[in-house]
Design a protein around this ligand. Structure first.
Ligand code: NI
Ligand code: MN
Length: 228
């Protein structure tokens, strides 16, 4: 699978020729000024929760590309209210088969409201099972005990975990999460974008390495191919 980083928690994952975008936040991200919003292609936009740093560009991209917005019920309702017809609602614990593979919506511990204060449903994460590998995209979340269930019952090749602290897990909790989910290859997200979540890259990578885990901090605008 091919993974492109657009900054903050926004990634494009390409599987079986399908382009799957996560939590688009480009136009308001000072670190993503070199990313051209109009150049982003998507077949699906998966959204973990309603906060603006995860939804800011979702409607714009969905309108231009025709991509399907996938999220919790309240996210689907928000997209529909805003003129997007191509949506797929899910809720925590549910599984759906898409044309690129199977997705399970899993628990996250975080709040979720839109910019105007509207309730955004519960914050969620996603587990993807595909022919090109399985991954967990945690969204914004604290470390939580349910992650042990993911490690026990799922087979995660690679995981996207927040590491910036203050609003989500920080490095130390992400290392524990990596243990809980039984996955040693972690792509960091939700760091550096704002003053509250700046991290020391070298220290973070060293901490992971000291436990025989790999923390990947992709440069914004770059693409990496992962084989599992
Ligand atoms: Ni958030
Ligand atoms: Mn966030």
């Amino acid at each position: 699978m091919q993974i492109t980083y657009y900054g903050h928690s926004c990634f494009l994952v390409e599987i079986q020729g399908k382009k799957i975008l996560f939590d688009p936040f480009i136009s308001g991200n000072p670190l993503a000024v070199d990313i051209k919003l109009e150049s982003i292609q998507a077949d699906y936009i998966f959204i973990t929760h309603a906060h603006d740093d995860h939804t800011a560009d979702a409607l714009t991209i969905a309108k231009r590309t025709g991509a399907m917005i996938v999220g919790i019920w309240e996210m689907h309702a928000w997209a529909q209210r805003n003129g997007i017809n191509n949506t797929h609602p899910m809720n925590i614990g549910g599984i759906w088969n898409f044309d690129f593979g199977t997705v399970k919506m899993v628990n996250a511990v975080h709040s979720s409201s839109f910019l105007d204060g509207t309730y955004g449903g519960q914050a969620a994460g996603f587990y993807f099972e595909t022919l090109e590998g399985n991954f967990y995209y945690a969204g914004d979340t604290a470390l939580h005990n349910d992650m042990k269930l993911l490690g026990k019952h799922l087979d995660i090749d690679i995981a996207f975990l927040p590491i910036g602290s203050n609003f989500t897990m920080g490095i130390d909790d992400a290392m524990i999460a990596s243990k809980y989910i039984k996955c040693d290859t972690i792509i960091g997200m939700h760091y550096d974008t704002f003053a509250f979540i700046k991290i020391d890259h070298d220290l973070a990578k060293k901490k992971f390495a000291s436990q025989d885990k790999e923390l990947i901090l992709m440069a914004i605008g770059t693409t990496t191919t992962f084989k599992f």
